[in-house]
Design a protein around this ligand. Structure first.
Ligand SMILES: [Zn+2]
Length: 376
């Protein structure tokens, strides 16, 4: 087993399930165990460590590798430390079978943590350490729920030439991801006895018309919009709640929808689009935004010099976009050119038998070592 694979093995064996998916006192919950382990390794490599308290009560872990000379540039390696939950405890025991390592977090995102952490450990020991570029590893907490960790990043007032946010991208450079809004639609009617529905006004029926319009006309309108690397925005009706008994005409109905966005779409523009459509069809409904935090889309100019350099190292000429939301947007909003990058395939993330190939881990560490050693 290579150093990086061994490290990944150790990281999987230390559960760091997001507390949102377990009770607070559950011994498997939280990132603390994995943070202690990483601090131990950083101390051995004589690297400075620091914790940053966040709103969820847990702390991001920051490790800095100083350059040989003065700091003139900075690069951030930012994977998240938490994972989703598990269906069976066996997933917390890393297992190597053939070319794969199985276990919770193997690809999302302990594979990235292993590659990014191991790269600074290696650089701390050899002459490849950059002359003037500081390398900062930030292990973020809470990505899988509220991204509290990466939201706290702006409080560090840290500038950088490039940030690599760790997610399984099969070691491809992802320069854009979609954003997300959760919309609540509410319709109002008038209640009446179920035997005399003509005396009431059915909020469920009104909602059915609204949802039908959204899932047909509005959705097909969205499919016609085409971002060069992100494709089309989407909408999905996830929850409808209404009524109390079959024999009462419901006077209220609500539905929660998931609207995935392209750069520059805002709640305001989306609300207006849907309102106008409702109005044209004589439908009345209230629309609100129920996401606790903004989740904007991210789009980094792939022609930015440091992004170009990294893409050259990866031997990738065209930028790539992904559908899912992640920590990257929260780093990008501070003005730092940010990309998503890491070993493993998102198709295996959150699955019951999550795995990553050793080939991806080796490819990841090779690319990152080559890139970091080439920095000024
Ligand atoms: Zn992830």
């Amino acid at each position: 087993m290579s150093q990086t694979v061994k490290l990944l093995h150790d990281l999987i064996a230390l559960p760091s399930i997001n507390t949102a998916f377990l009770s607070k006192n559950n011994s498997l919950a939280g990132e603390e165990r994995i943070i202690d382990y990483i601090i131990g390794r950083a101390n051995k490599a004589k690297l400075d460590t620091e914790k940053q308290q966040t709103e969820c009560g847990r702390s991001n872990l920051i490790i800095k590798l100083a350059p040989k000379g003065k700091i003139k540039h900075r690069i951030i390696l930012g994977p998240h430390l938490d994972t989703v939950g598990v269906d069976n405890a066996a997933m917390l025991n890393p297992k190597k079978k053939g070319n794969k390592i199985y276990g919770r977090g193997a690809c999302d995102t302990k594979g990235s943590v292993a590659v990014m952490l191991n790269s600074i450990e290696k650089l701390s020991k050899n002459r490849g350490r950059p002359s003037n570029t500081e390398i900062v590893f930030i292990g973020f907490v809470d990505e899988e729920c509220n991204q509290t960790g990466s939201r706290a990043f702006q409080n560090l007032n840290m500038n950088a030439d490039l940030a690599l946010v760790g997610e399984p991208t099969r070691c491809k450079v992802v320069t854009a991801h979609k954003g997300d809004f959760w919309l609540k639609i509410q319709t109002k009617g008038k209640s009446a006895h179920g035997a005399r529905p003509e005396l009431g006004n059915n909020a469920a029926h009104l909602m059915a018309k609204c949802i039908d319009l959204i899932e047909t006309k509005y959705a097909s309108r969205l499919r016609k919009i085409n971002h060069p690397i992100l494709g089309s925005p989407t909408i999905n009706t996830g929850i409808i709640k209404c009524g109390s008994q079959p024999n009462i005409v419901p006077d209220y109905c609500e539905a929660d929808l998931d609207r995935r966005t392209l750069p520059r779409e805002t709640f305001h523009t989306i609300k207006r689009e849907i309102h106008e459509l409702f109005k044209k069809n004589n439908l009345k409904a209230n629309i609100s935004n129920i996401k606790k935090f903004p989740c904007p889309a991210m789009e980094t100019d792939h022609k930015t010099p440091w992004v170009q350099n990294f893409m050259r190292t990866v031997r990738q000429s065209k930028p790539i976009g992904v559908d899912y939301y992640c920590d990257a947007a929260n780093i990008a909003t501070t003005g730092i050119p940010t990309v998503v990058w890491g070993p493993g395939d998102i198709a295996q993330a959150h699955t019951v038998n999550e795995w990553i190939t050793l080939t991806q881990i080796e490819r990841g560490i090779n690319i990152l070592m080559r890139f970091l050693s080439s920095l000024p």
